[in-house]
Design a protein around this ligand. Structure first.
Ligand code: FES
Ligand code: MG
Length: 577
């Protein structure tokens, strides 16, 4: 290792080393907690940012795992201090966890900046926690390593494997169709989430932790280790040991998160059959790191990179536990060496190429070879047209093939409750060729872009055996969702995007191979409709929601706050005294 820092250059030395009254105060308060100079003098202070909460079932093991991280930090000669930060629980937050991603990112940045922190361990995993922790740590600028929560064990019902989210949606449709009763539904409720850890399908959590690893922000293989595996504790301790050396090496996020690293992350996301949410988060993360990644980077990668991970919902059979036993992310990346920048640096101090050297695939059905891909093109496609001038997103690998090119009449809803009431009405006048549309579900309109994008298929159609139809919204959808769902329409309808002009009965054409989405309405008629649009009603008049409404960017720009973007202004200096 190249040691660039000496103890006197540690950031924390400015709190603890001087012979003055202020440092006396800091030291006396460490002694108040039972520490002695042997604990801190000349040692890097490592903040362990813990997103544990009783409201977050995915992070329920973090109170134990933090002890493993501390053990590693102590072994390497650091001084570990645990700091609780907001958990951003996907399961319980209303109206949407996305509303709070930036709140955690702000908290992480300021917690690191304001305290005597030389390096940070970021404990996350449940959907938004990963991008939020990385965005905040990137802006804070001190060395940081990401410790993913790990996927939970596979679900089980009557001997059948159950996947988070995906199987809930699937069996809910069977219940609506009358094929499953209350007793079975109750059993599924008890079997779908069997251990701590994040969702074990290729949802947003598995996608974002894989992205963290592909970026170089975790130890090699860290994102695939199941939460309940003893290997997860060992990974935590190893991450604790490594962050101490990263401080001495001054290995900051800026040195790791280059444009090449973000391109690697996009390639890996595509090969994983990633969640659509990855696009928004990765754009936001890249912009924090000063890299201008756009929707077009994702579309270009999607045309080159095949889906290799046979994990639900893009794949048909397996879950993250199988992916781990098949070799995990290093093995998948080993199949992508022609696409990756192998010289990009990782938190290990080694390059990506060195980190994945020797990784082997143990099951070719789970991690497919390039010539036996799940889907030849990548996981995501970006569409543009008069319905979405700034773009929208579809996951063609998870939708019925006949819907990839489709024209049909729109059936438009202005809010989720009316959509739900209509789709539950068995007498709704609808055909499988209709295009279901939900608006006012974007960053401002939702607010917080709720995961409503997998609009429910009308009950009458479900009973007739229909399981997919074309759906369009400015919402997001869960990474565990599937179907012909067009999402993230930008600009959103609430701020006057063209989706606001669409009316029931208008013909909508979607052409995924040609990346188009259009409503067949003459331009003059659209102008007339625009003139008649009412002004949007603000969602909040005070508090965090008010601030969010004033500063949130649209989906194609990553939904960061304008004032948190790297380009907004100069970084603050270090605390003066
Ligand atoms: Fe936490 Fe799915 S609910 S990752
Ligand atoms: Mg999710």
């Amino acid at each position: 290792m190249t040691r660039l820092k000496t103890p006197d250059l540690l950031r924390s030395a400015r709190w603890f080393a001087a012979d003055d009254l202020r440092s006396f105060g800091h030291r006396s308060r460490l002694r108040q907690m039972g520490y002695a100079p042997e604990d801190w003098a000349g040692r890097p202070v490592i903040a362990i940012l813990n997103t544990w909460s009783d409201f977050n079932s995915c992070h329920a093991h973090f109170r134990d795992r933090v002890e493993d991280i501390k053990r590693g930090v102590l072994q390497a000669g650091g001084f570990p201090l645990e700091v609780p930060v907001h958990s951003v629980s996907e399961t319980f937050l209303k109206p949407s966890s996305m509303l709070y991603r930036n709140m955690l990112a702000m908290e992480v940045e300021e917690v690191i900046r304001a305290h005597p922190v030389d390096g940070a361990v970021l404990m996350g995993g449940c959907d938004k926690s990963t991008p939020a922790l990385l965005m905040g740590a990137t802006s804070a600028g001190v060395p940081a390593i990401y410790v993913p929560a790990g996927p939970m064990l596979r679900g089980n019902w009557n001997g059948k494997t159950l996947g988070s989210g995906s199987d809930a949606w699937k069996f809910w449709d069977e219940r609506r169709a009358g094929n499953i009763g209350e007793a079975e539904w109750n059993e599924i409720e008890g079997g779908i989430a069997r251990s701590y850890g994040h969702c074990m399908t290729m949802g947003t959590a598995s996608t974002m932790t894989a992205i963290a690893e592909a970026l170089g922000m975790t130890l090699a293989g860290a994102s695939s280790v199941p939460a309940a595996d003893a290997g997860h504790m060992r990974m935590c301790a190893a991450s604790g040991r490594r962050i101490v050396d990263m401080v001495w090496e001054d290995l900051t996020p800026a040195r790791i998160q280059t444009r090449a690293a973000f391109e690697n992350a996009i390639i890996v996301a595509m090969a994983m059959g990633c969640s659509t949410n990855a696009i928004i988060h990765l754009i936001a993360q890249a912009r924090r790191a000063g890299c201008d990644i756009t929707l077009d980077d994702f579309d270009a990668a999607s045309r080159r990179v095949p889906v290799l991970a046979n994990v639900r919902p893009s794949g048909d059979a397996y879950l993250m536990e199988d992916f781990y036993f098949a070799g995990g992310l290093p093995a998948l990346m080993g199949r992508l060496t022609d696409f990756l920048h192998l010289d990009a640096l990782t938190v290990s101090g080694r390059t990506v190429g060195e980190a994945i050297a020797g990784a082997k695939v143990h099951n070719d059905d789970v991690i497919r070879p390039l010539d036996k891909a799940i889907y030849d093109e990548g996981a995501l496609a970006v569409l543009r047209g008069n319905l979405a001038p700034e773009g929208c997103v579809i996951k063609p690998s998870a939708c019925a093939p006949h819907l990839r090119v489709h024209t049909g009449p729109a059936l438009v809803f202005d809010d989720y409750p009316s959509l739900k009431a209509a789709t539950d009405d068995e007498n709704l006048d609808v055909t499988p060729g209709h295009v279901l549309v939900l608006r006012n579900a974007g960053p401002l309109g939702g607010p917080g872009m709720p995961e409503w994008g997998m609009l429910p298929i009308p009950k009458a159609l479900v009973k007739a055996g229909v399981r997919d139809m074309l759906r369009i919204s400015d919402a997001r959808m869960s990474g565990t969702s599937y179907g012909a769902c067009i999402l993230h329409v930008s600009p959103e309808s609430h701020v006057g995007g063209p989706l606001a002009l669409l009316r029931t009965g208008d013909l909508v054409t979607v052409d995924v191979p040609n990346r188009r989405i259009d409503m067949e309405v003459p331009a003059e008629e659209l102008e007339r409709r625009r003139a008649a649009l009412p002004a949007p009603v603000p969602r909040y008049e005070r508090g965090y929601g008010w601030m969010y409404s004033k500063h949130i960017s649209q989906a194609h720009l990553g939904c960061d706050f304008d004032f948190l973007e790297t380009s907004f202004g100069a970084a603050p200096g270090e605390p003066a005294i």
